[in-house]
Design a protein around this ligand. Structure first.
Ligand code: ATP
Ligand code: MG
Ligand code: FE
Length: 351
């Protein structure tokens, strides 16, 4: 089956065509991603109104390009999928409304996809992986350890009580005057620095519940930077390396606790997977390698291009749902907040 997927929840405008083969294998026919990073760079973060307008301007052309690269017409599609949330509501409305219009005009079913569930299901697009599996979702807006039990069944085992990991990277980048977004810049600087120069805190280490807290670590980096300012290039590299080392140690510890909880509730997972933009970080990927080896778990890490926001993971989640007969009405609502595992139409109460 062929599914067109639209992603507009944050600052990437993306459309993709994905095929789901009879045997469950996924194939990406096109995945066009337009990043708005440069439009937001001067503000040091995503500006919702600018993002929504940029999605409006770009999406039609991106869809046309994705269809052309896949060499198909709308009549060949089996469904049109869009991320219906969670995210910046202006952008979500643009993507979902466009998908509804295409679905209506082409006479195809609509699949409203939860953006977080799309991240969670992304490893099944690139490799064979059965349920249940354990997911570390680490992005700019989210940090969660999730038990993925089925296409539409998810249990959140742990989450951050303050900043997301990507958000902490971005804020550290900003306080060290690195260009936006900070994540990749902090990683690059860290590779040249001394991870032992600053003894930053490792919040939540050893706690039983596999939750995260990163704001104290972020503050510690700021205080250390202020204490030695003006910063040399070496100072910045050492701050980044010491920060990243602390994050890696926290993630390792939290994930160990998460896996223990997973085991006690759902048995041995079929695999360990990472998703979300921070999944591009090599030190964090190496940490997952160690944990997978330690627990004799199969490790699946989608390529960095599928870890950050993109239409292919939305199309894939749409195809997975369509294969189970799950489609949505044309009056389904866009959602700014939508915890994974909950149906679209039930009022969400938690972030
Ligand atoms: P969400 O998916 O939660 O709505 P988002 O759109 O910000 O949020 P993604 O696009 O998946 O998330 O990821 C972007 C985040 O990943 C940013 O915070 C960015 O700094 C971070 N990031 C990207 N590459 C790296 C890296 N190499 N190391 C650390 N962080 C990174
Ligand atoms: Mg993004
Ligand atoms: Fe995302």
């Amino acid at each position: 089956m062929l599914v067109l997927g639209l992603e507009t929840t944050c600052d990437e405008t993306s459309a993709a065509v994905v095929r789901r083969h009879e045997d469950g294998r996924g194939e990406i026919l096109s995945n066009v991603v337009l990043s708005q990073v440069s439009a937001h760079a001067e503000y040091g973060g995503v500006v919702p109104e600018i993002a929504a307008r940029a999605h409006v301007e770009a999406l039609d052309g991106i869809v046309a390009q994705a269809m052309a690269e896949a060499r198909i017409g709308f009549s060949h599609l089996n469904a049109v999928a869009a991320a219906a949330g969670p995210g910046l509501i202006g952008g979500v409305i643009v993507g979902l409304t466009t998908a509804k219009a295409i679905a209506l005009a082409a006479g195809k079913p609509l699949v409203a996809v939860n953006h977080l569930e799309a991240h969670a299901l992304s490893p099944r697009l690139v490799g064979k992986l059965g349920f249940p599996y354990c997911l570390l979702l680490v992005s700019g807006g989210h940090t969660q350890i999730v038990a993925v039990l089925d296409v539409d069944r998810f249990e959140r085992l742990g989450t951050t009580i303050d900043d997301a990991v990507g958000e902490a990277f971005d804020k550290v980048g900003k306080m060290l005057s690195l260009p936006y977004p900070g994540g990749p810049r902090v990683e690059a600087a860290a590779s040249r620095g001394n991870p032992r120069r600053f003894a930053f805190p490792r919040p939540m280490l050893g706690r039983h519940e596999p939750d995260f807290s990163l704001s104290g670590l972020k503050t510690a980096v700021r205080l250390a930077a202020e204490a030695i300012a003006p910063l040399s290039e070496t100072d910045v590299a050492d701050l980044c390396a010491s920060f990243q080392a602390a994050v890696v140690e926290v993630i390792e510890d939290r994930l160990r606790m998460g896996l223990r909880l997973f085991g006690s509730r759902f048995g041995k997972p079929k695999g360990l997977v990472i998703a979300g933009g921070v999944g591009a970080n090599k030190a964090i990927r190496a940490a997952l390698d160690r944990i997978a080896a330690e627990n004799a778990l199969r490790l699946l890490m989608p390529p960095a291009s599928l870890c950050t926001d993109n239409g292919a993971i939305i199309a894939w989640a749409g195809a997975e749902r369509l294969a189970l007969g799950m489609t949505d009405d044309l009056d389904c609502p866009p959602r700014a907040r939508w915890p994974l595992g909950l149906p679209l139409k039930i009022e969400a109460t938690e972030p």
